[in-house]
Design a protein around this ligand. Structure first.
Ligand SMILES: [Zn+2]
Length: 61
């Protein structure tokens, strides 16, 4: 359900026309706890499209 937290106000057509200038990294809530790290999503705040994903490892210090 947490995926629905990110709105998509413009729909697919908006995503096609959008230049994705306002992006932000989000950390989606998952029901599985990762010991090694967590996955972050780069989301366009204008159209809601997920542009990139990265896995961030927790520091082992
Ligand atoms: Zn966009």
């Amino acid at each position: 359900m947490s995926e629905n937290r990110i709105n998509n106000p413009k729909g697919k057509l908006g995503q096609l026309l959008c230049r994705h200038k306002h992006t932000n990294w989000y950390q989606p809530q998952t029901k599985f706890f990762h010991l090694q790290g967590e996955t972050h999503h780069l989301v366009c705040e204008d159209c809601g499209k997920v542009l990139d994903k990265r896995f961030v490892r927790y520091s082992e210090d």
